[in-house]
Design a protein around this ligand. Structure first.
Ligand code: SF4
Length: 79
């Protein structure tokens, strides 16, 4: 799965949401998250993010962001 990381905070771009084929982005007050069970790992959103906030969860050091994305995707509305 792909995960959204800290560069997303207060970013106003929504290019990732537009391109996601399965609509698995969820939005809170300050950032977006990706639902890890819904993401199909297509990678389309990664280059679309102008803040470079979207990374594969396989990248080292991003375990906490995977947890955060999974937790908040259950609490926040789908967009
Ligand atoms: Fe959506 Fe593909 Fe990005 Fe996953 S990798 S969030 S399915 S655009």
């Amino acid at each position: 799965t792909y995960v959204v990381t800290e560069n997303c905070i207060r970013c106003k771009f929504m290019d990732c949401v537009e391109v996601c084929p399965v609509d698995c982005f969820y939005e809170g007050e300050n950032m977006l998250v990706i639902h890890p069970d819904e993401c199909i790992d297509c990678g389309v959103c990664e280059p679309e993010c102008p803040a470079e906030a979207i990374v594969p969860d396989t990248e080292a050091g991003h375990e906490k962001w995977l947890t955060l994305n999974a937790d908040y995707a259950k609490l926040w509305p789908n967009i």
